[in-house]
Every structure is written in C-alpha cells, then in structure tokens.
Design a binder for this molecule. Structure first.
Ligand SMILES: [Zn+2]
Length: 487
C-alpha cells in the first residue's frame, strides 16, 4: 500500500523547519562563458553572498560539492563527449582532432569552450549528484544547489548554455532508492534534456512550464515541449508540457500550476521531487518574456513544499543576475521557513542592487498574452492526459546505473535500456541561440543560429512551440513514429 504524500497546504511555513542542505563551490563565480555571454555563474556567488549576509547559512548544512568524476558523468553522457569536454581548451580547440568534432558536440557561441569548462561541469554537477545522495541517505529533507539545473544538455551534446545535465544525473541517483521521481521545471525554457532522457519511462514524471513564443511571436528556444508531447511507450503521459505565451503573471501562473501539481500528486504519488528553479521566468529577465514577481516564482516552489516530500532544488536559467540572486536567496529563505527583510544586508556586491537595495522589485506592466480561456483549455488538456496514467504504478525496484560501481549491472537496467533506445533515435537538433548585449538594461535581442532540419534530425522532441497542434512545424520523426504505433 502506497502512502499518500503528507499534504499540508495550510502549514505555517515559518514554523515548519525541514532539514536543509546547501551545496556551494566557492570557485563557481570565477568561471566565465565569455565577456558578452548572458550566462554568468557569478550570479550563484551573488546569491550565496545574500544567503550568508541574511544569516540563512546558520540554518543549513553547507557542503562544498565533491567534483563529479568521469564515471559519474558517463552514467548518462557518452564517453566520447565527456572525453572531449575534459581535454578541450580555448588554446587547443582549433587543432584538427578537436575542430572536427566541435559541430557534433554543438560547440558554438552560446555553448563556447572557456577556461575551466570541465571543472565547472564537475562542480555544478557534483552538487546535484551529492544532493541526491544526501536525500537517498535520508539525511536531508531539502537540498539546494543553485549552480545546478542545466536542463538542456544532451547525452552527447551541449545545448542552451548547458554542457553536462546535472538534473538527469541526480535523478538517476535518486532512482537507486526512489520508485518514482517527479521533476518540475519552472525555467522559462522547456526542460528538453531531462524530458528526453526519461521520455519512455513511467518512473520519472517530467513537468515543464515554459514559453512557446516570445513577445515578437518567435518560437522560443528550444522549440520543444508541445502540449501533445506526452511521453512514449511505458512513459506515455508521464511527460507533461504546459507551454504559454508571453506575459505570464503571478495570478495566471498559480491558477494553472496548483491544479496540475495536485493531480500529479494524486495520480503519480512521487516519493521525491526535483525542482528546476530557472529564474528567467521572472519579470524583466534579459532572455525571458514572462512577468512573474519573485514572490510569485517562490509561491509555486512553496506550494510543492507543502506536500512534505524530499526535494532537490536546483537553479537553472536567469540572466538579469541581480534578480536571479534576489530570487534564489528569497527562495532559500522560504524553503527554510525563515522570513527575511526587504532591505538587503550590506555586503560586497551591494552596488548591483542600486538604487533601492531592496529584495523585491516591481513587475512590469506588460500584457499577459494568455487569456483565461486559453489557460483553462490547456489546463483541462493536461489534467485529462494525467488522468490517463495508472495510479502510482507498482514499480519493481532494481539497481539503477551506478557510476561509482563499475560492476553494476547496467546492461540490465531499465534506464540504460531506455537511454539506449533514445540514443539510437537521436541525432543533430536544430539550434536557436539567443544573445544579448552585455548591458542588462538593453534588451536588444538577436536570434541567430543554425536553422532548418537535416536528415539526421531524427530523435529530437522537436515541436514548433505552438500551444495547439498546427501545421507550422516539421514532424518530429521520433514522436511521429511513437504516435503512429499508438504509443
Ligand atoms: Zn531558461
């Protein structure tokens, strides 16, 4: 008999004191994707300084992550790709042996080779895997790793500022102990890398809320996450996508988020939650096009917390870095159940928060391009799909791939078999990069990157990003074949 998650929506967050672990590598802020690159690991250091100066660190176990080892990373990623990441440098990347594979591994302007790239991957991934291990050991109720959440990385390919997929690796770790893992992604981009890894299994339910188009109507990176992409084979209806147009505000978001979560908790009954808290869904983000306040962003995280399941809370995107730091610090406080003042404590990065030095900032007056009717229609469709899944499938536990144990029976492992299926079907993907001026006040977006499909595009969860079925997207061969076979 499976126990229902203990849901206490009315719980006073200020009195509930979970055991919280916090992973932080003090070197993380020194990595630089490039001078004009919008992804800045420094934002994690800024978050940390707020966390420390608000005194929140006193209520958490602070860990410096153990760098993810080669064997950890190749639990999901291909040996060839990880070998490449650990040997390529800005100095040698033009040598013939590296140059010949740059395109295959999707090394480009938004996924550049920079100094310390492999160590960076080891640090942010090590935090997520280490956090999952803490949860598995029953040592912690909530683990935070703001440096993690790089949800676009594929098995053998960088994508969307992500190189190694710490989320997939953390979930694989959790599957060693947990029968069912719920993955929730509130980054404004579709969590394509995580969805793809678990598209065919019913042990991981992936739920992504994301933008389908930006304010100009352009399909939003990574152009996947169609509402009708729901999983395949045993995983049918265990991939949940909720795309929305620009301008999503707090009220609209909460109105669709809560019913979906309640339904998943009722039907899927996960024993652990992994949460990607990408902050590019905040109002005013340099890349995003939504209008969430920091409190609205945190409210959905807090709602999930009321189900009293162990949670691994990760970062993700977020490109107006002062707001990312505000948001993740505030969310740290909400996870701890500790109120913090709106006036920021003095610290060395204070100048970022000029002129008011406040934690909370107003949202913009942008229009919400999602009508209540559209949202309700999408909500009903998602709930209908979820009602199709078997209530808490009786999963037979077995060993998940064990990167630390070379003798693990990975050949017989379900996840490995699933990944093998996916590998055979995978290939190159169309890529759309988004670049921004280094000046955060200038939202001069350029869309560039390789367009179009080629014969190797099979296997991607490609969709046009449209909310409803439409004719404007080329068929995704992998999804199309699953549909044709009635899966
Ligand atoms: Zn994002």
């Amino acid at each position: 008999m499976l126990a229902e998650p203990r849901h206490d929506e009315s719980a006073d967050a200020s009195t509930a004191r979970p055991r919280v672990d916090y992973f932080y590598d003090e070197g993380i802020g020194n990595y630089e994707y490039g001078r004009h690159h919008p992804m800045r690991p420094h934002r994690v250091r800024m978050t940390h300084h707020l966390v420390v100066n608000y005194g929140l660190y006193k209520q958490m176990n602070i860990f410096r992550p153990k760098p993810a080892a080669y064997g950890d990373l190749t639990t999901f990623h291909s040996d060839e790709y990880i070998n490449f990441l650990r040997t390529v440098t800005p100095e040698n990347m033009e040598e013939p042996n590296f140059r010949s594979v740059l395109e295959r591994f999707n090394i480009c302007d938004d996924c550049p080779i920079f100094d310390g790239l492999y160590e960076y991957c080891q640090a942010y991934t090590g935090g997520s895997i280490g956090g999952a291990a803490r949860i598995n050991q029953g040592c912690s109720d909530i683990v935070i790793n703001w440096a993690g959440g790089l949800h676009h990385a594929k098995r053998g390919e960088a994508s969307g500022f992500c190189y190694t997929n710490d989320i997939v690796l953390a979930i694989l770790e959790l599957l060693k102990v947990h029968a069912r893992v719920l993955y929730i992604d509130i980054d404004i981009h579709h969590g394509d890398g995580v969805e793809e890894a678990f598209y065919l299994t019913n042990r991981v339910l992936t739920l992504s809320f994301h933008a389908s188009h930006d304010t100009s109507g352009t399909s939003f990176f990574p152009r996947t996450g169609h509402i009708n992409d729901t999983g395949g084979k045993a995983g049918k209806n265990y991939s949940v996508n909720f795309p929305m147009f620009a301008g999503v505000d707090d009220v609209a978001y909460e109105s669709i988020f809560k019913p979906v979560i309640r339904k998943i908790m009722e039907k899927f009954q996960p024993s652990v939650v992994v949460f990607c808290c990408g902050a590019d869904s905040l109002s005013g983000d340099r890349v995003g096009c939504w209008n969430l306040s920091i409190k609205g962003h945190a409210a959905v995280l807090e709602f999930v917390k009321t189900f009293n399941l162990p949670m691994l809370v990760l970062g993700g995107g977020g490109y107006s870095i002062r707001n990312v730091a505000r948001c993740w610090c505030y969310e740290t406080s909400r996870l701890l159940g500790t109120p913090i003042a709106d006036q920021l404590p003095w610290h060395e990065f204070m100048d970022y928060y000029l002129p008011d030095y406040k934690l909370h900032v107003p949202v913009s007056n942008m229009r919400n391009e999602n009508t209540p009717e559209q949202l309700e229609a999408r909500l009903q469709k998602v709930l209908e799909n979820l009602s199709q899944i078997e209530c808490a499938p009786n999963v037979q536990m077995h060993h998940a791939p064990n990167a630390l144990d070379p003798g693990a029976d990975s050949e017989e492992d379900e996840e490995e078999a699933i990944n093998a299926d996916r590998r055979r079907a995978r290939g190159r993907r169309p890529h759309m990069a988004e670049y921004f001026d280094d000046d955060e006040t200038v939202a001069d977006r350029m869309i560039s990157g390789r367009m179009g499909l080629d014969s190797e595009d099979i296997g991607e969860m490609l969709s046009c990003g449209c909310v409803d079925e439409c004719e404007c997207r080329p068929p995704n061969p992998f999804v199309a074949s699953l549909r044709a076979n009635g899966r």
